[in-house]
Design a protein around this ligand. Sequence first.
Ligand code: UDX
Ligand code: ADP
Length: 457
Amino acid sequence: MDYKKNILCIGAGYVGGPTMAMIAYKCPQYKVTLVDINSQRIEAWNSDQLPIFEPGLDSIVKTCKGKNLFFSTNIESEIKKNDIIFVAVNTPTKDYGVGAGMAADLQYFEKTARQIVACAETSKIIIEKSTLPVKSAQVLERILEASDSNVQFDVLSNPEFLAEGTAMNDLENPDRVLIGSRETEAGIRARNELVEIYANWVPKDRIITSNIWSSELSKLIANAFLAQRVSSINAVSALCEVTRADVTEVANAVGMDSRIGSKFLQASVGFGGSCFKKDILNLVYICRSYGLNEPADYWEQVIKINQYQQDRFVFSMIRSMFNTLAGRKICLFGAAFKANTDDTRESPAISIAKRLVEEKAHVVVTDPRALNNFEKNLIDYPIEYEDDPYIAANAAHAIGIITEWDIYKSLDYEKIYRSMVKPAFIFDGRNIIDRQHLFKIGFNVFAIGKPELTHYK
Ligand code: UDX
Ligand code: ADP
């Protein structure tokens, strides 16, 4: 079959997978191929058991796979065959050398750039999808330009704004699609080529273009602003608890101001995910590298509050459970960093489980989707894993709700209470349970930014 365009994506993970599936679904006239160095991942994409869980992804992949959506490990031959190449490899925080713990680790990105140079025989449009430090496009351009061939490369920045758990809807109805390019004739031609792809389903007024540096920076700033809202409301939650105000009521009153808006004001045990912390650390590192220490300190505080919020959750358990957790069974409801994903990167559950083990508690973690990924983060920790929340909570002294999965809202808490050691405690890190109801059942109830409900005299 003859396709109108051939599109390649290098990196078949949480970003590349759903994004390419949506392009294939919306553009049956294009051939879309995903490649990855991880052959197990590619095998999984080619099977019925996809390597990532994302609501709605399964059915779209099923519709397109084998028709205009393909998965392969032949990176080199696919680079040769495709002239539009998205790069969606991972760019975690560096854990070694200069900038360790702050800067983005560009080794996968750099390797990909070199591989493209080595294989390309015809001109290519290279699109940055991975979140990258500002000026990464320049790095890419320099590597590409250093080749002897007269192949032409045009680099575009097209940051991904999808959130996990709602990725398919975010991709289908994006608030905006941002495309950054060089303002040269070739840059604008490349940009138009990408606009044409998205215009298959995204209204034209939502496809915005900018210079390439603005595009790269916008991704970091969008995430910094979102994370900042979560840290702001979480900072307020601490104040609510001591003043006996209710953070939900405060967020509601504040969010109804249309200048502020109601989204991302859900107080929680802390934000997680692969982007927020990494992008802010990156932003802080960039500010410092330009000598901008005050802006760097300002953004760093968003991360500090996030850590504080997770620490506070554990302190609250220790304090209210008679200052010792040693030998006591504590059950964590949720391992994923948010509901509707199996992703556990930077999940608050990780730091909380570790802290509880350090307190010598007997930790049991349950989650409907994320236990496999979670275990990999905590290999050396003696933690028990259990799919069934009722079994997980059996004979526990306390439950900590870490992820806002719907199932945890409607469990039979009377049954759970009966099976627990008394006095029984529940710590709601997501404010999803009916506190008064659980208090009436007999629980001592602690929730983020809410007055505690205890049966003590
Ligand atoms: C985020 C951005 O939203 C997305 O645009 C970007 O492309 C990638 O980073 P993601 O990390 O997938 O997406 O999820 P998001 O919904 O933003 O949630 C991040 C974290 O913040 C989660 O742990 C979530 O539980 C937490 N959160 C979010 C809160 O604690 N309270 C809120 O009100 C909102
Ligand atoms: P993200 O959330 O950014 O999509 P993931 O880790 O889920 O992050 O996906 C990134 C993917 O990129 C991984 O599957 C990884 O194997 C792949 N990858 C990393 N380096 C390369 C490379 N040089 N060539 C091809 N794929 C790569």
